[in-house]
Write a protein that binds this ligand. Sequence first.
Ligand SMILES: [Ca+2]
Length: 478
Amino acid sequence: MRKTLSAVAITALLTAALVAPNQAVATTPAPIQPWLAAQLSKPSLLTPRTTVLVHGNDLAAARNAVKASGLRLLSTYAKIGVAVAEGSRSQILAARNQPGVTYLEGNQPIDIHLGTSHQATRGKEAIATRTGADGKALDGRGVGVAVIDSGVDPGHPFFRNADGSSAVVRNLKIVCDPLTEATCLPLDAGAVDTDLLAVGGHGTHVNGIVAGRNVTLSDGTKLQGAAPGASLVSISVGAVLLIVGADAALNWVLENHAAPCGTGVPASKCPPIKVTNNSYGPVGGGAFDPNSATVKLQRALAAEGVVTVWAAGNDGGDGSTALTNPSGQDPTGGILSVASYYDQATGTRDGQVSSFSSRGKNGSVGTYPDLAAPGEDITSSCRIYLPVCTTGLAPLELGDYNTISGTSMAAPHIAGIVAQLFQANPSATPAQVETALVSTAHQFTNGAPYQPDPRGGSTSYDKGHGLVDVVAASDAVR
Ligand SMILES: [Ca+2]
């Protein structure tokens, strides 16, 4: 909520600055997305070239505006009259005044949350007391998790296996060709830090929450991811996420989940992907669109045995309107929308729903999150030179770890837990995984009351069916 208020205040300041008396152009400057306005008001946070979605009355108007303002065209959405471009702050502001421009939208990254969190989820207990179908500790081993995010630093110590190899078994970067437009291809980035390329940090933090290995910092702090045995496939779509890039990443998973490192690489080194983590989405929720490419891709993935995990969003709310991530509202079994839970830094299972966690609309059960996982004050891998890591609460180990909050931190807990469930039962369907998770969730009392869910059990508009219980869910899925 604090974030929302400050963004509004900054927007107001920026707008006042822009409506200058010497403005020569007769047209009223096109409205600007509050998030983008906030970014533009803080030039220090901007990369030299910032991505912007220029909305026009039609595609020609959008393209002309890009050209006239000196922006570089990256891609277009022809049917909706949107040109995706990049450029400097002044170029972006100039585009507001071009004829036929209706709206400027930023490419908003999603907010990014360890320590006590695996106590709250009973994840640590599951690793210590449960085994997979392989007879090994239930740490997600033998399961691949694809993380679609800003990127990852595969050389970060949080990803280092005992033999010196990295938990990141495949490191891809989606590159959208500016010449052919909207053509986005996954390129192998090898050991390159794709998060550094993207000037991100979010992805390295999220990957760590999914499958960071057991580490002990120099001050004695012990950290691990939800599934410290799982394998990571990072698909970088840049620090500023474009839906076309994210869809290209989901499409890559659809085509390659069975052998993500190629057919020549054995599953023992590079296991099949069974779940994707998606800690991004539009701000302010929106209507569920069954015709979107994203929804078609996640349904095809579910049919092929791959679970899709979504961050519910960081727009808070009071249940009067649906603010949850639209794609996460898909009723298809195996599509999970994750709310943020705060364990009060104690590991308690009777804590709170995070105030920032996006609420569904009271009475419209389809808009509710499915369940909650820790997303507040979560410590994971960072790099001090990456922007999101400089915003953290408590840099540890020279900034290699930091504490951040958001449903972006809650979702990867569930992605790791889904890996644990597939280790417990490799032949489980995505729908069975979802049922196991929601039917066993702990119904803590904070927040909105629980109401009957037509699909079984009871749910709530702020935290879904309740806080994940890894021990009970892994027992239920067998
Ligand atoms: Ca669901």
